[in-house]
Design a protein. Sequence first.
Lengths: 99, 402
Amino acid sequence: MHNLGFALEGAWKVLAAGLILGAGLPALFALGIRTLAWGDGGSAEATAGAAPHAAGKILGWLLFAIVLLGVVLGITFIVASGLGKALSFEHVFPTIVDK
Amino acid sequence: MILVLVVVTALGFDFTNGFHDTANAMATSIATKALRPKVAVALSGILNLVGAFLSVEVALTVSNAVVKIQSSNGAPKPELLADGGSALLLIVLAGLVGGIVWNLLTWLLGLPSSSSHALFGGLIGATIAGLGWAGVNWNGDGSKLDGVVGKVILPALLSPVIAGVVAAAGTWLIYRITVGVAKRFTDNGFRWGQIGSASLVSLAHGTNDAQKTMGVITLALIAAGDWTDTKSIPFWVKAACALAIAAGTYLGGWRIIRTLGKGLVEIAPPQGLAAESASAAVILASSHLGFALSTTHVATGSILGSGVGKPGAQVRWRVAGRMIAAWLITLPAAAVVGAVMWWIGNLLGGGLAGSIAVFVILLAAATYMFLRSRRTPVDHNNVNDEWEDARPAEREPAAVAS
């Protein structure tokens, strides 16, 4: 059953990547919404009448930007692999390399 | 002439592949009303079209994972090429018919089964009928994940579980983080997130699934002697496949969208975002790691997971059970149809007459199922109606399940 070994080996990698990107990014997105609501103050938050915070807005949009970056990376990955390239994370910063 | 039938049938399969899988990307967005149904299928169709054109990589060896009708460089096995390649063409034709018939039947029943399993099943059946058991690549050669077990069965078991875990974790986190935030904030924000993540799934679907048909058509062209390059695909094949899958997606398999979007779990925008993000991440990560899987299994697993992860949400396990049953029989059922088609074709000489007979049977079956579907139509108008179980009393509370 060599196949089972290969499959499990692949599976936990997919699970790890999935948890980071597929659950982590949405969580960041949710955090962005939370901070935006905090920034807005007033009726947006659970405690009514809270004061608006300018920092919340900046932080919120910053979080959205990070999520967007993740999505752009995902699209780059699809396009790159379609054109016979691969996305390399060797230098921490993603770079497009030949396969 | 046989070649023309094969190409037409392959494009037909690509079309059913499209409308069968619209639900994977768009069911959640439609159910939460983030997008109007027509807009959702149009967006998904366009992204599938774009995705299909992006798949430049040669997908010629797609059938190698399960059947031995090609050598490892993509050229058809020489012993199948006698008589203008008609032996190979008949196997491919019968296999495709098996895939289409099963796709249509599951659509009629509103079940999201895997199109790749249907295609592989059909090919496996036709190969067993045509070449015997040894013609099937059951277990690979031991050097990598390969064969029916490695490329089809194991991923089918693992991928829905992985996607479900990811989606459940995502949903749980999202609800935890946004607890207490005003609804107008969360719903609006998550709608946008949902559209983005669903678009990503559509794009990935176009690149993954259109390729398979491109590979099959090119294989047929080579077998018939109309194409010799095993390194590239004729442009018209790529364009035709891209258009077929996009048109199919735009038509929308409303029955399946309904099951996935309304039947399984009542989906709220945060869950939709979590489910689609999980699907996109799992599909992309696994194609990066060369771990073949079915978009359908991933999407269903994600949606189930988003139901498990939301505190107090209700998962209709009866519907889930029906789906899982459909997954289990997809491959063997498509294989049986593929095998029967091959026998019929072979009985009539295996040449043009046989191929035409098989094609006519396909048309008849497709027409019959289309007419059956008109009795209880599901379209963009009623896709979001309340889900009513046959026996609502048997619904299980999700608390038991989670």
